[in-house]
Design a protein around this ligand. Structure first.
Ligand code: SF4
Length: 370
């Protein structure tokens, strides 16, 4: 069978890793992955539902492709598959066959293609077709997925709907994959999860315990921590200090999202930005070469200009960060937060950020609207 893989959000490391894995999966099961102008037998899309706007964009592309390829077979996989309503309403359009397969149901793929090698056992460690947006994270990295889902409940996030509660891989499974990568010559691995801080909390273990095991089993391997919820990181900070001091953690992302306690409360992100700043200073003292990255959401409903400026001030303690303009997601609790900030406020704030970045006064990548 000929399969085309459509990555509708190639900035997302998770989506891209899953599609990179799918590429290997189809190939090891004897199918060919093709690109245009080759016409495939199966269209396999990985899409995003992080905001209403992003979701609509992904749905449009899929519906258009269904219109261009009457009678063809389509699979929608991943986060977008958790919001199937609009796509399902178009199922059968133009005689097409549409299957919606969320992450947790990947075994349905095995039935579909009569897989000898189940999706669950196929791994990928490199991102195929990724669009990097941060300095030290991209296609050159070697990724190992440690968990999916998350224990937190940020008001603007629909990861829970897309992936559910945290599901961690076992210490042994991760250890075996990393030992194999070490034997193949890798010396730096990126530990990937929706929140590395949630790792193991569904299995009676923790991230520090995982790192202890890994650092003992592969003494000259270093680990990038893709992202950690600051509230959980503050709880683990002391346990993680030795790993920083030994230079085993060259990269960490601590997504602050906002520096304003009132906004953090509306986001349902319980931590003190002041404590976060102290811990960042502590890491710098222990490990001056560690790259500390962050994410900020600006123009969150009711955010004032002063609160926006607070976030910019906090952003300066990090080596680099991404500023993302708030985009509504009607499937989240944040959709109920009012008053909304206007499009004009978004434009003013984006302009201000753009100027600071251009003048070298802020080290950041700007995504005006998600
Ligand atoms: S920590 Fe991240 S993945 Fe988890 S709910 Fe918050 S934003 Fe979503």
């Amino acid at each position: 069978m000929k399969v085309s893989i459509g990555n509708l959000h190639n900035m997302c490391e998770h989506n891209t890793l899953f599609l990179s894995r799918a590429r290997i999966y189809f190939q090891v099961n004897g199918h060919a992955v093709v690109d245009e102008p080759d016409v495939p037998d199966l269209f396999f899309f990985g899409g995003c539902a992080v905001t209403d706007r992003m979701r609509a964009r992904c749905e449009e592309i899929i519906l258009e492709s269904m219109g261009d390829h009457p009678g063809a077979s389509f699979v929608v996989f991943g986060c977008l598959a958790a919001f199937p309503e609009r796509l399902l309403a178009s199922a059968g359009l133009h005689g097409t066959t549409l299957r919606i397969i969320p992450f947790a149901e990947s075994s349905r793929l095995d039935d579909l293609i009569h897989a000898r090698h189940p999706f669950a056992v196929v791994t990928a460690n490199r991102l195929h077709g990724h669009f990097p947006y941060q300095p030290l994270m991209g296609p050159a990295d070697c990724y190992v997925m440690i968990a999916q889902g998350c224990i937190n409940a940020c008001s603007y996030c629909n990861i829970k709907k897309a992936k559910g509660q945290v599901q961690s891989r076992s210490l042994e499974e991760i250890g075996a994959e990393i030992s194999a990568l070490h034997r193949s010559g890798e010396r730096i691995v990126t530990l990937l999860a929706d929140d590395c801080g949630s790792y193991g909390l569904d299995r009676g273990t923790t991230l520090p315990e995982l790192l202890t095991r890994l650092c003992q089993s592969v003494p000259d391997m270093r680990f990038k921590l893709f992202t950690i919820f600051p509230g959980l990181f503050l709880g683990y900070a002391e346990q993680l200090e030795p790993f920083f001091a030994q230079g085993r953690l060259p990269y960490i992302c601590l997504p602050a999202q906002s520096a304003a306690p009132r906004v953090l409360e509306l986001m349902n992100r319980a931590y003190d930005p002041g404590e976060l700043a102290k811990v960042v200073a502590r890491i710098r003292a222990l490990a001056p070469d560690t790259f500390i990255y962050s994410h900020f959401i600006y123009n969150f409903p009711s955010e004032t200009w002063e609160e926006f400026e607070q976030s910019i001030a906090l952003a300066r303690i990090f080596d680099h960060c991404v500023f993302i303009g708030y985009g509504e997601n009607s499937a989240t609790r944040a959709a109920g937060v009012v008053p909304k900030c206007s499009a004009r406020e978004l434009a003013l704030k984006s302009g201000h950020l753009g100027k600071l970045i251009k003048q070298g006064e802020l080290s950041a990548f700007l995504v005006p609207i998600a």
